[in-house]
Write a protein that binds this ligand. Structure first.
Ligand code: ATP
Length: 322
C-alpha cells in the first residue's frame, strides 16, 4: 500500500477526529501517504480530496465532529457510481481506503473493494448498533452527554415534583437509553427492541408506585425509535395529574469533547486499520471484542446479529423500583 484514503460517513460521532488523527499519523510513520476524503462518499465521487500531513491532524484529538465532514450519499447505492469512486481513488493514487462509519458505510466500502481498492472499516457511531463489535466510537461520549443533561433535569424536576420524559437518540437501537438510564437512575427505560419496556400502562404503574413510596419526581427515558415522547408526557399528566414535561436532547448528544474511552478506542482502531492495510489485507472491519481489538471480513461482520443489552434493562428494573 502506497497511499491510504480516509473518510468519515453516515452520522458524525465524537472521537472520529481522534481516529482520523491516528490513521494519518500511523500511516505517515510507516512511509504511507494519506489523503483525506471530505464529505464521505460524496467527496470520493467528486474528487474532494486533500493530502494530509502530520500537521493537518494537529489539535483535533479533543474535538467532536469530523474535520473531514460527513454525509449520506444515496447515489452511492448505484454500481456505476461505486466504479467511478474506485476510478477516482486511482486518480489520486489511493490504493487503500479507511472508512469510519456504520454498517451502511461498510457496505459502500465493500462495493469499492470490488474494483480493486483495499478497504478497512472502523465502527464510528454513537448508537452502538454494529453487531460485530462491543464498542463503537462515540457511544461513551453520547451517553455522558445524556447523563450530564439528566443530572441537570433531575435538579429542576425534583424541585417542581415533576415527571421528566427524556428522549435520547437511537432510532433502532436502545443502547444509549439503557446505559444512560442505568447511569442516571431512571424510573423507566423505553426502547424500540422490547415491547414491554415501551408499554404505557406499565410506565404509569411504575411512576405511581414510586410516588407512593415517597419519590417526588420521575425520570423516564425514551429511545427515539419508540416515538411519541411529547405525547407520552401529556398522557402521563392526563392519567396521573403529575406535571410532566418532555425534553428531546437531539443533536446535543453528538457534540462536545470525546471522553477518554472514545479517544482510546478511536486511536487504537485507527492504528489497527492502518496495520491491516499495510499487511495487504482488504474487506476487513476493525472490532473490539471481549477486551481485544480484532478484525472480521466485512460480509461476515454485516451478517452478525447482536441482542440489545436487556441485562441492563432488568438490572435497572431491580434498582429503580424498591
Ligand atoms: P450511522 O450509524 O451513522 O447511520 P451508517 O454508515 O450506517 O452510519 P448510512 O446512512 O446507512 O450510515 O450509510 C452511509 C452511506 O454509506 C450512505 O449514504 C451511502 O453512501 C453508503 N451506503 C449505505 N448503504 C450502502 C450500500 N448498500 N451500498 C453502497 N453504499 C452504501
Amino acid at each position: 500500500i502506497r497511499t491510504i484514503g480516509v473518510l468519515t460517513s453516515g452520522g458524525d460521532a465524537q472521537g472520529m477526529n481522534a481516529c482520523i488523527r491516528a490513521v494519518t499519523r500511523s500511516a505517515l510513520n510507516k512511509g504511507i501517504r494519506v489523503m483525506g476524503i471530505r464529505k464521505g462518499y460524496n467527496g470520493l465521487l467528486r474528487g474532494d480530496i486533500v493530502e494530509m500531513t502530520a500537521g493537518s491532524v494537529a489539535d483535533i484529538i479533543h474535538r467532536g465532529g469530523t474535520i473531514l465532514y460527513t454525509a449520506r450519499c444515496p447515489e452511492f447505492l448505484e454500481p456505476d457510481n461505486q466504479k467511478r469512486a474506485s476510478e477516482m481513488c486511482k486518480v489520486f493514487g489511493i490504493d487503500g481506503l479507511v472508512v469510519i462509519g456504520g454498517d451502511g458505510s461498510f457496505r459502500g466500502a465493500k462495493d469499492v473493494s470490488k474494483f480493486g481498492i483495499n478497504v478497512v472499516g472502523i465502527p464510528g457511531t454513537i448508537d452502538l448498533d454494529i453487531a460485530c463489535t462491543d464498542y463503537t466510537i462515540g457511544f461513551d461520549s453520547a451517553v455522558n452527554v445524556v447523563m450530564d443533561a439528566i443530572s441537570r433535569l433531575r435538579d429542576t424536576s425534583a424541585s417542581h415534583e415533576r415527571c421528566s420524559v427524556v428522549e435520547v437518540m437511537g432510532r433502532h437501537c436502545g443502547e444509549i437509553a439503557l446505559w444512560a438510564g442505568l447511569a442516571t437512575g431512571a424510573d423507566a427505560i423505553m426502547i424500540p427492541e422490547d415491547k414491554e419496556s415501551a408499554d404505557f400502562e406499565r410506565v404509569v404503574r411504575i411512576i405511581l408506585e414510586n410516588r407512593a413510596r415517597g419519590k417526588n419526581h420521575n425520570i423516564i427515558i425514551v429511545s427515539e425509535g419508540v416515538g411519541g415522547s411529547q405525547e407520552l408526557a401529556k398522557r402521563i399528566h392526563e392519567v396521573t395529574g403529575i406535571d410532566s414535561r418532555t425534553t428531546i436532547l437531539g443533536h446535543i448528544q453528538r457534540g462536545g469533547r470525546p471522553t477518554a474511552l472514545d479517544v482510546k478506542h478511536a486511536s487504537m482502531m485507527g492504528v489497527y486499520a492502518v496495520e491491516l492495510l499495510a499487511k495487504g489485507e482488504t474487506d476487513r472491519v476493525v472490532a473490539y471484542k471481549n477486551g481485544q481489538y480484532v478484525d472480521y471480513d466485512i460480509d461476515e461482520a454485516l451478517a452478525m446479529h447482536r441482542d440489545v443489552s436487556m441485562d441492563i434493562w432488568k438490572a435497572n428494573v431491580d434498582i429503580s423500583t424498591y
